[in-house]
Design a protein around this ligand. Structure first.
Ligand SMILES: [Zn+2]
Length: 192
């Protein structure tokens, strides 16, 4: 039973070099790989990686227990008493790592991540949005989004790459990225 439930968590990640979109696929779908961009050249631009683990990276409750233990042992600050800039560096690193692990344990997140510089490059943006501002905007737009413990400048999200670029452009259209984050769509309207 265990082997059966685990096998469903193994598969492949398909990355489209043309549009930057990644997708998780299972063994049985290997023969029908296509990208949502439907570009005529897309078939030759797909990179398949795997087989690899596509299941959840962490179990939320387990990581939360680790945070509680770390607090009890004084490895991180007590509840409501966040690490500050004068806290020991290893304490801040551990606290942040555990927080990111809780964030990215959301089961609706895809296996891969999107690097902010790729969004900036593909969108030909003058300024690549700051990761945390971008995550905030994605969540406001109804997408699941999280930091990644693997890459400090990447976002794990179920938002497609083309929509990520569109949202990043809307942030660029405003001189105050935080204003865009708190008022959806107004940046676009103010330009028209
Ligand atoms: Zn594509």
């Amino acid at each position: 039973m265990l082997a059966g439930s685990c096998s469903g968590n193994y598969g492949f990640i398909v990355y489209c070099k043309l549009c930057g979109q990644s997708q998780d696929i299972q063994f049985e779908d290997l023969g029908e790989i296509a990208c949502r961009c439907s570009h005529v050249k897309a078939k030759g631009s797909l990179v398949v990686s795997g087989p690899l683990w596509l299941g959840p990276l962490h179990e939320t409750e387990h990581v939360k227990s680790m945070i509680e233990l770390a607090r009890q042992w004084g490895w991180i600050k007590a509840l409501g008493e966040r690490s500050r800039s004068d806290s020991p560096a290893d304490m801040r690193i551990l606290e942040q790592l555990l927080e990111v692990m809780v964030d990215e344990s959301q089961p609706s997140l895809p296996s891969g991540y999107i690097e902010m510089h790729e969004v900036g490059k593909r969108g030909k943006l003058q300024t690549t949005p700051r990761r945390n501002d971008f995550i905030q905007l994605l969540q406001q737009e109804g997408f699941v989004a999280s930091r990644s413990h693997v890459n400090a400048n990447a976002v794990k999200t179920n938002c497609p790459m083309d929509k990520c670029i569109e949202l990043a452009r809307s942030m660029n259209a405003s001189s105050q990225p935080r204003q865009v984050a708190t008022s959806n769509g107004t940046a676009k309207e103010s330009r028209g």
